[in-house]
Structure formats: C-alpha cells, structure tokens
Design a protein around this ligand. Structure first.
Ligand code: SF4
Length: 185
C-alpha cells in the first residue's frame, strides 16, 4: 500500500483494475488529448466547464468524423469512460478531422493502447486516420511511448488536483478554443 501511495502510476493501475475502487483522477482519452494541447483547457474540462462542442467555430480540428470507417469498426467502452474503436484487423483506430494537433491525437491513441495493455491485458497496435487528408499513420506502444504515457498520467493528475487553473499563456490556437471567452474576454 505504501509503495502504491508513492507511485501514482501503480496506484492508478491498481484502482483501474479493481472493480471496487476508483482512481484519484479518472483519466479519459480526451483528457490525455487536452493535456497535450493546453493544461488550462484540461483543468477547465476537469471542473465540468463545458460549452457546445458542435459549434462549427470551436471544433478546432479535433472533431471525430463519425461517418468514417463506419462499416469496419466496433466501438467498446471500458470502465465507463474509455471509448475505443477497433477495426476488423484488430487495430485500434482514432479518426480525426485534421492533423493540426497530431501529437495530442497520437497521445490519446497511445493512452488507449496503454490502457488496453495495462488494465485489461489486451495488446493492440493503433492507426491514426485523417480521412479528409487521405492520411493514416501506424501507432505502436513502444517503451518510449509507455514512458511518455506514464509521465503524462502523472502530469494530468497534478493539474487536475490543482485548486486553480494553470497560468494564462497565449497560444496560436486560442482563438479557436472552447474556452477563449473564459481566458481572453
Ligand atoms: S483559450 Fe488558449 S489558454 Fe485558454 S484554454 Fe484555450 S488554448 Fe488554453
């Protein structure tokens, strides 16, 4: 128990694998994505501050294309918060409208692969797809990727548990952000 307390990753994995326990922070794929876009955005989202995500002005290239690969994939939900699409080939697919936020999208998909592996003992590779750009890339859970995910999980927990939002910092994509009115008005 002491080791678990001092190791946020072990604590997270133990809680996620135990149906009678909850992790300190329930980390979704979207939270992993937000963490790699803007820590302030992650904090707002963790507080349940939300607005209309279907607004065309605020999609910012992260909107999932629900029509792509419709015939070739099955959707699964794990622990009520991890939503994963699996193709007939067995690969986990994440579909994005644009590759503008490539790293956040890749980290979201890597989190799904890591979660499948560590929490439900299923090993899969991934595909990141941008149908409108006719682009796909393979995503594999390497040792480096595992390390990046562990670091990100610790970072997410640290930010979500803060009492106040991370400091305001202008980014090139703030004008298209869900929370621009909260940050800049
Ligand atoms: S408006 Fe900019 S600083 Fe504020 S949450 Fe969005 S991306 Fe982050």
């Amino acid at each position: 128990m002491t080791q678990e307390k001092n190791n946020p990753i072990e604590s997270f994995v133990t809680a996620e694998r135990d149906t009678h326990r909850e992790p300190r922070v329930k980390i979704t794929g979207l939270m992993m994505q937000y963490y790699h876009v803007c820590e302030r955005e992650l904090w707002f989202m963790s507080r349940g501050i939300d607005i209309d995500r279907e607004d065309a002005n605020i999609r910012r290239g992260t909107h999932i294309d629900e029509t792509s690969y419709r015939d070739k994939r099955s959707s699964f939900q794990i622990n009520g918060r991890i939503n994963i699409d699996i193709l007939d080939s067995g690969d986990v697919i994440e579909v994005k409208a644009s590759s503008t936020f490539e790293k956040p999208a890749r980290m979201q998909l890597l989190y799904y692969l890591w979660y499948l592996d560590r929490i439900v003992d299923i090993k899969r590779d991934g595909i990141l797809a941008y149908p409108s750009e006719r682009k796909r890339e393979s995503v594999v859970l390497t040792d480096n990727a595992r390390s990046e995910i562990r670091t990100s999980i610790c970072g997410i927990i640290e930010i979500v548990e803060r009492d106040t939002a991370p400091a305001l910092e202008k980014k090139s994509f703030c004008d298209a952000c869900l929370y621009q009115d909260l940050c800049w008005m």
